[in-house]
Design a protein around this ligand. Structure first.
Ligand code: NCD
Length: 322
């Protein structure tokens, strides 16, 4: 895989959290924290990325991720264009590169890429010029690095130390890029008690998620949990016949208020969105006092500001020296 770092160790691309240095990740999270404001204040903004142009290239639906990349870029003074493209069917052909080269000719500096097929962000990163960065905004079921960072930031803001925490992730883990990137982030930051809960058909292969405990009974995975992360069933990534019945899924795996009582009394409830209320999470839990779901969204903007700034600064400074 292409290196995500410049020769001096700073971030060039963000395609996956796998293999990143802990200090680099902690630095991004610290920077993101500095962009958080209390709700009664105006959002943080500065002009550190004035002169930079960001293109959002999304070929899968997105609400939070796309809007937050756009806001993050604009709040740092960058320009943004949004394109909804079908990239994946053409990943091996010239035409995706034509798209990228065309945009690069309009001085795009950062490509933010989401696609349903594996490898698209890497493919773009391998083929752009030396002063262009690529950020993954979700790669198939494999990776969603800024989501992993915002999930880690959200836990840190509530639980300070992470190393002695228990985190339970419930749902369609097999098809979840959110779970993969969250587990990478939590592991990097020292979390040791990671519990995965899914029906057999939605559990990932044994070779994946080494170091996590696996459960098919959610009630056994909740005692002692500091964090409960619920996931959507990724219907778009499975055959129709494999989609579980919503009512029986809720009975077996859904997070009701009664079930949440099995976790620690101060446990936080997370969900990356979009939620299916009444399928994986009850209405009153989603909107309840333990839910940090909207904070995750807020934190997403701050994390994307930190990541855009990290890659953007390098691009702008390379420009000044030429
Ligand atoms: C997720 C995604 O697209 O991977 N949403 C998000 O980015 N917040 C999760 C999902 O679609 O269920």
């Amino acid at each position: 895989m292409i290196s995500q770092l410049h020769a001096d160790g700073t971030l060039r691309h963000l395609l996956t959290l796998a293999g990143l240095d802990r200090r680099l990740v902690e630095g991004l999270l610290e920077r993101a924290q500095s962009y958080l404001r209390s709700p009664d204040r105006a959002p943080a903004r500065n002009d550190s990325l004035t002169g930079l142009t960001v293109a959002n290239l999304f070929s899968e639906p997105s609400t939070r991720t796309r809007a937050s990349f756009e806001l993050a870029a604009k709040r740092l003074g960058a320009e943004v264009i949004n394109l909804h493209l079908h990239l994946s069917s053409r990943v091996k052909g010239e035409s995706i590169l034509d798209t990228v080269y065309t945009l690069a000719a309009m001085s795009i500096d950062v490509f933010v890429v989401r696609d349903a097929e594996p490898n698209v962000p890497q493919f773009v990163a391998e083929n752009v010029g030396p002063r262009i960065s690529v950020l993954s905004a979700g790669e198939a079921h494999l990776s969603h690095p800024t989501q992993g960072l915002l999930d880690a930031l959200t836990v840190m803001r509530h639980k300070q130390r992470l190393d002695n925490r228990a985190i339970t992730i419930v749902g369609d883990i097999r098809h979840s890029r959110v779970a993969r990137s969250a587990v990478q982030a939590f592991t990097l930051l020292g979390v040791r008690d990671l519990r995965l809960v899914a029906p057999a058909g939605l559990m990932p292969d044994a070779a994946e998620f080494a170091g996590c405990q696996r459960f098919d009974d959610v009630d056994r995975a909740l005692p002692g949990a500091d964090v409960v992360m619920m996931l959507r069933i990724q219907k778009e990534r499975m055959a129709e016949t494999d989609i579980p019945d919503a009512a029986s899924y809720f009975t077996r795996f859904g997070l009701s208020a009664a079930r949440l009582k099995r976790a620690r009394a101060d446990a936080i409830v997370m969900h990356p969105g979009p939620m299916n209320r009444g399928v994986e999470i009850a209405e009153d839990v989603a909107d309840g006092p333990q839910s940090v779901i909207r904070e995750q969204v807020t934190n997403g903007v701050a994390v994307r500001m930190a990541v855009l700034e990290a890659v953007g600064r390098g691009i702008l400074s390379s420009r000044q020296t030429r």
